[in-house]
Design a protein around this ligand. Structure first.
Ligand SMILES: [Cu+2]
Length: 480
């Protein structure tokens, strides 16, 4: 299974002459804003993404102090506590920060231009919000995401439970956050910069990279102890790559999806769409051969070891028995599906099928004109339908949303401000009824989800394959 020497297959592009980042020279900012809030600075930086021997890569990155790094600094709070950060934009573009999966106050959602104007270069914005639910989340740019997230503007946001779980019988004794990302690098390990709005990629699976990193490094070693029971908080921050992961010989059991607990279940493989998270418990064997891989299938069945758990040191008392479930949230109203408000989301477009016509910026257009405007996808006949809401729901009402994918490509549909229950897939009831904020829907699939519209405001609903989002798969709904 080990295949470390091969980089992920993918097209390598050779850039002639580096593209200047265009950042103006700015005085360094302090660590704290005038408000006393910690700074979250977005700025050009460098990172050693590619393996040793390759040059460092110019990225855009978040920093609280010092130079920005990828992923951005881990923000860690306890459920019910307030997150406070002053975004300081030292980028050459306007930006905004979205706190993905947090059931947040609408004004703090960072969903430019719907919930705030994007923050201009040199300007700042104060984000302060309660993080109500424990779990694994992340934050990322929500302006020109297909470029800004691809350049590195993403980081983990961990909300700890008020009641400790780590260390209890059957629970893990330690946890690791693993942020997985996908980069399109040239032969000098520079980010390929001339294809941010590549319609060919956007009408297929999106902008696929050729280098997968774990916590910002290619093929890192992750030290573990023999016998150790670990909680892995795995986040897929890639713009477009759906990651099929394997953790062989580690007795992997899933305990949470998108932050929300699930009844622990064995998992052979994990399928993580962009923006999705999985919390997994692993048991490092006591009688260990030294290493175990975190494997990724780049799409051709040839598993690549993207990180290596290196077992070392004295054995610890092995994790025993059934994995202890996480504490239930207790904060999420269950959907009342007896008489819900029924809505439908029809996805059309992309290569092979296309869209005959759709409305873009109030104008009905044929396929060619849509494409000339950068649009190759539509939700309910609207490409980038931002003029009016897809639907309105009264506060507290259960919404039943049928999502129909008429394209041959998978999509990762994300609802802002809410978690939803997956009811069925292609008519068959979902055996787990998982609660998520982002769900993967396969080509020609139909999914039914339901949620209580209990968070007032204007909330984006979009494909989290950011090349698809940028080329039409974007809308919003209103709760009032
Ligand atoms: Cu999509």
């Amino acid at each position: 299974m080990r295949n470390r020497s091969n980089r992920l297959p993918g097209r390598r592009t050779f850039l002639t002459g580096a593209v200047a980042l265009g950042a103006t020279t700015l005085l360094p900012r302090g660590l704290f804003a005038d408000t006393g809030w910690p700074i979250l600075r977005a700025a050009p930086s460098t990172a050693q993404l590619a393996p040793a021997g390759y040059p460092a890569t110019s990225v855009w990155a978040y920093a609280t102090e010092g130079a920005g790094r990828v992923p951005g600094p881990e923000i860690r709070v306890t459920a019910g506590d307030r997150v406070r950060r002053q975004l300081a934009n030292d980028l050459p573009q306007a930006t905004a920060v979205h706190w993905h999966g947090i059931r947040i106050d609408n004004a703090m959602d960072g969903a430019a231009p719907l919930t705030q104007a994007a923050v201009a270069p040199g300007a700042s914005f104060d984000y302060g919000f309660i993080a109500p639910d424990p779990g694994t989340y992340w934050y990322h740019s929500h302006n020109r995401g297909q470029e800004q997230v691809a350049r590195g503007l993403a980081g983990p946001l961990i909300v700890e439970d008020r009641e400790p779980w780590l260390g209890l019988p059957g629970a893990a004794t330690r946890e690791l956050t693993l942020v997985l990302d996908d980069w399109l690098l040239d032969a000098d390990a520079a980010i390929v910069e001339d294809r941010w709005d590549d319609l060919h990629a956007a009408s297929h699976d999106g902008r696929m990279g050729n280098t997968v990193t774990v916590n910002g490094a290619a093929y890192p070693d992750l030290p573990v102890r023999p016998g150790e029971r670990l909680r892995l908080r795995i986040v897929n921050t890639a713009i477009d790559r759906i990651m099929l992961l394997g953790l062989p010989n580690l007795s992997a059991r899933l305990i949470a999806l998108d932050g929300h607990p699930v009844s622990p279940r064995d998992v052979e493989t994990l399928l993580l769409a962009p923006a999705q998270r999985a919390d997994v418990v692993i048991d490092v064997p006591s009688q260990d051969d030294g290493t175990h891989g975190l494997l990724l299938d780049p799409g051709n069945g040839a598993w690549v070891e993207v990180a290596t758990f290196r077992s070392d040191g004295a054995p610890v008392a092995p994790g025993e028995g059934e994995v202890r479930p996480l504490h239930a949230w207790g904060t999420l109203a269950p959907p009342d599906t007896s008489d819900p408000q029924r809505e439908r989301l029809l996805m059309e477009g992309g290569a092979m099928r296309g869209i005959a016509e759709a409305t873009y910026r109030g104008e009905r257009m044929g396929f060619r004109k849509l494409a000339s405007n950068g649009m190759v996808w539509a939700f309910n006949g609207m490409a980038h339908g931002m003029k009016t809401p897809m639907f309105r729901a009264p506060l507290g009402r259960t919404v039943h949303l049928e999502m129909v994918n008429r394209s041959i490509f998978p999509h990762a549909i994300h609802l802002h401000g809410h978690h939803f229950t997956v009811l069925s897939r292609n008519g068959a009831p979902d055996p787990h009824r998982d609660v998520r904020d982002t769900v993967l829907i396969g080509g020609d699939e139909t999914l039914e989800i339901a949620f209580v519209a209990d968070n007032p405001g204007q909330w984006m609903i979009h494909c989290h394959m950011l090349s698809h989002q940028a080329s039409g798969m974007m809308a919003w709904f209103e709760v009032a």
